[in-house]
Ligand binder design. Structure first.
Ligand code: GLC
Length: 424
C-alpha cells in the first residue's frame, strides 16, 4: 500500500496517553513492570478511574486550536486495560472502573466531526495477561530486562506455545474489534520489542487489518509491515528514510503525573515542530489527561501556543514538503509542493541579513509570513555553475515573530540547488 497522502500532509498530530495510571499519577504500565509500584496497588487505580469530566469534543477543539490534523489515543497500553468494551477478556474501563462506558466511540466521533483523522494506539504486549509471559524472544534486545522480567518471560524459562497461541488470538481479536468498530485511519502499535516478528505473526496481523480496511496507516512498530518510522523523544539529526513521525511529550511523561512540571516552552515546541517538518516529518505531541478526562492547564496552554504560531505561518506548514538540506541556510525550512516557494525559518532575530547559499533559481520576491512585509534582496558573487550568496534584508523588529520568523522566497521557477564544492 502506498502511504496515505493525508499522513505526510498532516504535519501535527496529538498523542493522548489516557488510562488508569492517571489516578495515582504513576508511569503508564511501567510502574508495575519496574516494581516502582506493586501490581495490586497499580491495579487498584481501576477503582479511581472515573472519566467524570471526559468530553472528547473539548479535546478535539483543543487539538484543532493546536493545528493538529489527527490524534492518537491509547486504546490499550502495556497494562492491558482497554478503553472500550472488549469481547476479549474483561479488563476494560467499562466493566472494571467507575467510568463504566466505552471511551473510544465518542472520541472518534468528535475527531471526525472536526475533520481530524483517528489514530488508535495498541500495545502488542500485555503485561497483565495470564498467557503473555509464555515464550522467549530468540534474540532479546539488551534493554528493559526483556530477557528476565517476570511479566515478559515464562516462569522457570519453560515455554508454553499453547498459551502463546491463546495470547495471539486475544490480541488479534482486540485489534479486529478496533478496526471493525472504530475504523481508525491509523493504528499506532507499540511494545513490539519483547518478541520477534515471527512470534508476533506480524504479516498475518497486517493482512487481517488491511483486509478490513486497506487504508489503515501502520507505524513502524508493525516491523516489516510499518508504513513510517517513529523516532521517539529526540529529533533525528538526519531524517529517517521515507515518511516519519517524531513522538514527543509536552513535559517528561506520556501519561498524567502530578509531579512532572518540566513542560517544554512554547518556543521549544515551535522549534521541535519547525525542525521536524523541515526534515519532512510529522510531530506527534503527547498530552496526559487527568483521570477525570481533563487536560491540564500547562499542557493546554502549550498546545494553544504552538497552534497560534502554526495558524500565523500556515502557508509554510500545510501543503509543504521538506526544505533545504543542511548547508544552505542556518535554520529549518520547508518548500511548497510545486517547488516554487521556499520558506526559511529563523529561530533568532536576523540582524543585517539572512544569507542563503546555493540557490540556482533566481528569487523574485521575499516577504515575511504572517505580517506580509516585503523584504529587499540581492545576490553577490557566483562563478559559472556556482551560484552566489543570496542576501535578504533583515525584517524590521515589528515583523519578527517572538518564536520563529518565517520568510517566504518566491522563486522564478522550481527550486534548483547547487550542492557542490566550487572550483578545485
Ligand atoms: C514507549 C513506552 C510507552 C509509550 C511509548 C510512546 O514505547 O513503552 O510507555 O507509550 O513509548 O511512544
Amino acid at each position: 500500500m502506498p502511504m496515505q497522502p493525508w499522513f505526510p500532509d498532516a504535519k501535527l498530530g496529538i498523542f493522548v496517553h489516557y488510562g488508569i495510571y492517571a489516578v495515582d499519577g504513576v508511569p503508564e504500565s511501567w510502574a508495575f513492570y519496574t516494581g516502582e509500584v506493586p501490581r495490586d496497588r497499580y491495579m487498584r487505580q481501576l477503582h479511581g478511574f472515573t472519566a467524570s469530566r471526559y468530553d472528547p469534543r473539548t479535546w478535539a477543539d483543543l487539538f484543532v486550536r493546536a493545528g493538529a490534523r489527527y490524534a492518537v489515543l491509547t486504546a490499550r497500553h502495556h497494562d492491558g486495560v482497554a478503553l472500550w468494551d472488549t469481547a476479549h477478556g474483561d479488563l476494560d474501563v467499562v466493566r472494571r472502573t467507575p467510568a463504566g462506558r466505552d471511551l473510544i466511540t465518542s472520541h472518534a466521533d468528535a475527531l471526525r466531526e472536526r475533520d481530524l483523522k483517528v489514530g488508535l494506539y495498541y500495545s502488542h504486549s500485555d503485561w497483565n495477561h495470564p498467557d503473555y509471559a509464555s515464550v522467549i524472544h530468540p534474540d532479546p534486545p539488551h534493554h528493559d530486562h526483556v530477557d528476565s522480567n517476570p511479566y515478559v518471560v515464562p516462569k522457570d524459562g519453560v515455554e508454553d506455545p499453547e498459551a502463546w497461541a491463546r495470547y495471539l488470538t486475544y490480541r488479534d481479536g482486540q485489534v479486529t474489534e478496533l478496526v471493525e468498530r472504530f475504523r481508525p485511519d491509523l493504528l499506532w502499535f507499540d511494545g513490539e520489542w519483547e518478541r520477534s516478528e515471527a512470534q508476533w505473526r506480524i504479516p498475518e496481523l497486517a493482512r487481517r487489518i488491511l483486509a478490513i480496511n486497506p487504508q489503515t496507516v501502520l507505524n513502524a512498530r508493525m516491523l516489516s509491515h510499518g508504513d513510517y518510522a517513529t523516532p521517539e523523544q529526540g529529533l533525528p539529526v538526519r531524517a529517517p528514510k521515507g515518511p516519519w513521525e517524531l513522538c514527543l511529550t509536552v513535559n517528561d511523561s506520556w501519561g498524567y503525573r502530578h509531579t512532572d512540571d518540566r513542560h517544554k516552552t512554547v518556543g521549544m515546541l515551535v522549534r521541535y515542530f519547525a525542525e521536524t517538518i523541515g526534515m519532512g516529518g510529522n510531530l506527534l505531541l503527547d498530552v496526559g489527561p487527568r483521570e477525570d478526562g481533563t487536560v491540564t492547564e500547562p499542557q493546554a496552554q502549550r498546545l494553544t501556543g504552538l497552534g497560534t504560531w502554526i495558524a500565523r505561518h500556515s502557508d509554510a506548514v500545510y501543503g509543504t514538503v521538506a526544505g533545504l538540506p543542511p548547508g544552505h541556510h542556518h535554520g529549518a525550512s520547508t518548500l511548497s509542493k510545486d517547488g516554487r516557494t521556499l520558506f526559511l525559518t529563523c529561530f533568532d532575530a536576523p540582524r543585517e541579513h539572512v544569507a542563503v547559499r546555493g540557490l540556482r533559481t533566481p528569487v523574485k520576491r521575499v516577504s515575511v509570513v504572517g505580517s506580509g512585509a516585503e523584504l529587499g534582496h540581492t545576490s553577490s558573487g557566483g562563478l559559472h555553475e556556482v551560484p552566489g550568496m543570496t542576501w535578504i534584508d533583515a525584517p524590521a523588529p515589528g515583523d519578527v515573530d517572538p518564536y520563529a520568523t518565517v520568510l517566504a522566497l518566491e522563486l522564478d521557477g522550481e527550486l534548483d540547488l547547487y550542492r557542490g564544492s566550487g572550483r578545485v
